[in-house]
Design a protein around this ligand. Structure first.
Ligand code: AMP
Length: 655
């Protein structure tokens, strides 16, 4: 699956009714954790990524209807109480009809699931016009008593709403007395996306009109290269070509066409809270606190995903009685309305935020502003299909530091984009091989990886141009801020989680770092931490660095199989990650202190491991120890580590 296909669009618990039972009893209703991506609706026995077992999945291509239904209480009287908002996902597999009956806990949850599913399935070739409002039970449909299981249905499907505008049009048509609402194919309705009464013709059914993908810009983007298109935050764009993962061809509302970075836009139907400047997504409690403190404005706030999946938290800065950040869980009542104080409930989170902009309503302050000047994500390369950079377009500024390969300087590309330029000392790396690899590396894109923009390879020395990270190396950052960081275990754990997320991405792409350590991670604004220099070790020519007996070899980060057989893998990265966690929790101490490399090797071979850093939680140290299992196969993957760290953070830190 492409990266986009795997992206989780919606997830949460719902109750699922067993399929293929003749008679239904309470045991036929099970709570399952549902995960929706662009290809599948998958259900698991629980929500823990490392422990859950998949119980089944529906290939979304096969879905022909997604409808709210009725469960007959007389027949279904034993179904679970309190979870009573049923809907059905109808699909066909191997010419056999199936229906997944699901119960959402609130009407809002049900609507959200239905909309999310319909949005993905809206181009399906097999969409139907009829469905059963009841369920199949005791050899008949409870709605129309039809005894043919595969019968098309007794009720016209509702129009598939794709946006609030269309939804409103749909309601409007109904209230205008349109008795039969049809199952409109995307784009098949009358002007303005409204519903057309009546059933679609056979022709329409065979060939659904293709509705184009519309996206909304999350950030401004200034096109610099010809062929690219500028983006204006919140404006709409029609996607003309999304074949390349990172650069899409789009058309703006004035008819201009060009390439834009795909991570700067979001599909209109899936945009949710991302359109609001106050929504900061997965930002942790600790990072939101430092962001708001930095801003230092009364009533400054953000809304972020809570560490409990599916919930949101409001983080609010106040100076009364002293500067601090308060965190409030946004709750939902039985009607699906959102509230911070039960007296003021709103249909959407945006309405709730608006309400509290005008009324403190029990909060420490009225909501006033959100942090301005938020950092924008790096693009995968500086333009579409561009990885060779003209050195004339680089303005070189101050020196940032120097490392294994030579001096690193801050720079500006075409006078506007901040970059870091690594000027490679001649003879330190096999340049041709690296230049080839750079094409692949520019395509690796993740919030917690330092973005490679490209290379200047025509002249010597060659330059490696990357995203600029204003606070420099993590190792120095930890040492510089030791005092404040030691007392902020949450922030340290958050740094580890961020690095783990970046590494999980590399692991998913079968990419091995080979030199993961705090010195090779960088810190940017808003305390964001990113992994740098991944894969670079392969192109180093210096024997002292590449051979495990060499004086520059990172012995202290190497597991037994690397020391013995130079066998690198994602699992050798996991060992190094354990050492990196140790560096983080000691705020930049040298692992194994002053022990010589030979002594370290002896210790590691004997199975002796680094001691628990003084201030580190036992649960966190237990995770480090798992990274140091002698056998690579006994070490957890980064995916599992990530889940474990997040769950430790949930248990140990208040959200
Ligand atoms: P390196 O050669 O990667 O070890 O880099 C040497 C030093 O340059 C690091 O310790 C950082 O302080 C600085 N540096 C490297 N890359 C960047 C970057 N992308 N942004 C900011 N500083 C950097």
């Amino acid at each position: 699956m492409a990266k986009n296909d795997e992206e989780v669009i919606k997830q949460g618990y719902m109750v699922k009714r067993s399929q293929n039972k003749k008679i239904y009893t309470p045991v036929n209703y099970k709570q399952r954790w549902f995960v929706l991506n662009r290809k599948f609706l998958i259900y698991y026995d629980n929500d823990s990524e490392d422990k859950r077992k998949e119980k089944g999945r529906v290939d979304l291509e096969n879905v022909h209807s997604v409808e709210a239904i009725l469960l007959s209480s007389s027949i279904e009287e034993n179904r679970p109480q309190g979870i009573s908002y049923p809907f059905q996902v109808g699909y066909q597999e191997y010419n056999q009809d199936y229906a997944l009956h699901l119960l959402a806990s609130t009407p809002k949850e049900r609507t959200d699931w239905i909309l999310a599913l319909r949005t993905i399935c809206r181009y399906n070739k097999n969409l139907r016009t009829k469905y059963h409002t009841g369920v199949w039970n005791s050899k008949r449909w409870t709605c129309c008593r039809n005894t043919v299981r595969g019968s098309v249905g007794c009720e016209n499907c509702t129009t598939w709403p794709f946006s609030s505008e269309e939804k409103e049009n749909f309601t409007e048509n109904k209230s205008l007395g349109t008795s039969q609402s049809s199952h409109i194919m995307p784009g098949g309705g009358g002007g303005g996306g409204g519903a057309t009464p009546g059933t679609p013709s056979a022709k329409q059914k065979e060939k659904p009109a293709v509705r184009s993908k519309v996206v909304i810009a999350l950030y401004n983007y200034k096109a610099i290269e010809s062929g690219d298109l500028s983006l204006e935050k919140n404006a709409e764009y029609e996607v003309l070509d999304d074949n390349q993962e990172h650069w899409w061809k789009v058309r703006d509302t004035h008819g201009n066409v060009g390439f834009i970075p795909s991570n700067y836009v979001k599909e209109k139907d899936l945009i949710g809270l991302q359109q609001y400047e106050w929504y900061v997504n997965d930002m942790s409690r600790q990072r939101s606190e430092s962001l708001l403190k930095q801003e230092d404005k009364e009533g400054c706030f953000v809304v972020r995903n809570s560490s409990t999946k599916g919930l949101y938290t409001l983080s609010l800065y106040t100076k009364v009685p002293h500067p601090h950040v308060k965190h409030y869980h946004i709750k939902q009542n039985a009607k699906g309305e959102y509230y911070l104080s039960e007296k003021h409930c709103c249909a959407t989170i945006a309405d709730l935020i608006n309400y509290h902009r005008h009324n403190s309503g029990g909060l420490a302050s009225r909501l006033k502003t959100s942090p301005c000047d938020r950092s924008v994500p790096a693009t995968a390369g500086l333009s579409h299909d561009k990885w060779e950079i003209d050195p004339q377009e680089l303005m070189l500024l101050e020196e940032l530091g120097s490392g294994q390969f030579g001096v690193v300087r801050r720079g500006k590309w075409r006078g506007s984009i901040d970059v870091a330029v690594k000027m490679m000392k001649e003879g330190t790396m096999s340049e041709d091989d690296f230049i080839e690899e750079a094409k692949v590396m520019t395509k690796l894109q993740h919030t917690n990886l330092v973005q490679l923009y490209g290379v200047c390879s025509k002249n010597r020395p060659i330059f490696i141009v990357t995203e600029y990270m204003r606070h420099g190396s993590l190792l120095n950052y930890l040492r510089r801020h030791k005092q404040s960081l030691t007392s902020n275990q949450g922030l340290l754990l958050d740094m580890c989680i961020q690095i783990c997320k970046g590494m999980a991405y590399l692991e998913r792409h079968n990419y091995i770092h080979r030199d993961l350590a705090a010195r090779n991670c960088l810190v940017g604004s808003e305390n964001i931490v990113k992994v740098a220099d991944f894969g670079l070790a392969r192109y180093v020519l210096d024997d002292q660095y590449t051979s495990s007996g060499g004086s520059k070899f990172p012995i202290k980060w190497a597991p037994p199989e690397v020391l013995n057989y130079t066998r690198f893998s994602s699992k050798s990265d996991v060992w190094a990650y354990g050492v990196l966690m140790w560096e983080v929790f000691t705020c930049g101490e040298m692992p194994y202190g002053r022990l010589k490399n030979t002594e370290v090797v002896e210790r590691v071979q004997k199975g002796l491991i680094l001691e628990k850093p003084k201030t580190c939680f036992k649960e966190v140290y237990d995770i480090m120890r798992k990274c140091w299992s002698q056998l690579p196969e006994n070490r957890p993957s980064f995916r599992v580590l990530k889940e474990q760290l997040i769950s430790v953070a949930q248990r140990l830190l208040v959200d």
